[in-house]
Design a binder for this molecule. Structure first.
Ligand SMILES: C[S@@+](CC[C@H](N)C(=O)[O-])C[C@H]1O[C@@H](n2cnc3c(N)ncnc32)[C@H](O)[C@@H]1O
Length: 260
């Protein structure tokens, strides 16, 4: 991780950290972040003022180790790493088998249920705040790469991945706790996001992006909202723009849910 990466994430880090702090229901609660990686999007020193423990989950153990190593010694003992954890629950072996022979919908559902059970058994639970750090789109891109364009069961497998991830957030959230589903929805590579006027209403823009069909499937807020309604009323936080990696601007939104 370079200082350049840290600087590149500044805009996004401020918004994401603000949303996490604002989601705490008590001082000294426990936070869990899924897809924490290099933690460029988390101001861990600031978060440690609100949360007593911060659990960081990622498939990339080295990224988490680097992120924790660069924190001040005073907060390091309160940062708990969980890696490698594959949050998709879809190991390469299974995807290889599915590529050769596409699964039926019941087979996909059985696999997703098993994946969720294994993930919840692997991680501690009862967190006050749980957050997804733009990891679902990454997992969805990896799925497309593994199964290939035009794969016949792609929608079913992708919906199962989305269900597994949202149910992981629900399953890790303790009584009275909240979770935040934060995701990039599109980049300026696929939708014109540069040169917007400062007064542009980003909620309106979000609807326009969805209507245009440019939104990433796994981040489609209408589908996500429908899935989230099964556990509570999703609250859409103010979306934000972030000019980050690859010299692109990303549209990011967050749903916050208090599971009932
Ligand atoms: C968009 S990045 C989030 C940014 C990250 N928090 C940072 O600041 O570097 C997504 C993260 O998801 C992780 N990731 C991708 N696929 C994953 C998977 N199947 N399971 C767990 N983590 C995964 C990546 O390793 C990366 O750290």
């Amino acid at each position: 991780m370079s200082d350049k990466d840290w600087a590149l994430y500044a805009q996004h880090r401020t918004h994401f950290t603000d949303a996490l702090v604002a989601s705490a229901t008590r001082e000294g609660g426990r936070l869990c972040v899924l897809g924490a990686g290099n933690c460029n999007d988390l101001d861990l020193e600031r978060l440690a003022e609100t949360f007593s423990e911060i659990h960081l989950v990622d498939i990339d153990a080295k990224a988490l180790a680097r992120a924790v190593a660069r924190q001040p010694a005073a907060i390091r003992p309160r940062l708990v790493r969980h890696a490698p954890v594959d949050l998709s629950g879809l190991p390469a072996r299974r995807l290889g088998k599915w590529k050769r022979s596409p699964p039926t919908v019941p087979e996909v559902e059985t696999a997703a249920a098993g994946a969720l059970q294994a993930l919840l058994a692997r991680l501690p639970g009862s967190f006050d705040v749980v957050a997804s750090a733009c990891v679902l789109t990454q997992m969805s891109f990896a799925l497309r790469t593994a199964l290939g364009e035009g794969y016949p069961s792609m929608d079913a497998v992708r919906l199962a991945l989305m269900g597994t991830h949202l149910n992981t957030l629900v399953g890790l959230t303790g009584d009275g706790g909240r979770f935040l589903f934060v995701t990039d929805m599109v980049s300026s590579n696929a939708y014109p996001l540069d040169n917007l006027t400062p007064e542009r209403d980003l909620r309106d823009l979000m609807n326009e992006i969805v209507a245009s069909g440019a939104c990433y499937f796994a981040a489609n807020p209408d589908i996500i909202r429908r899935l989230l309604l099964q556990v509570g009323e999703p609250e859409l936080l103010d979306p934000w723009l972030w000019t980050g990696p690859l010299d692109r601007t990303y549209f990011v939104y967050a749903y916050r849910v208090s599971p009932s």
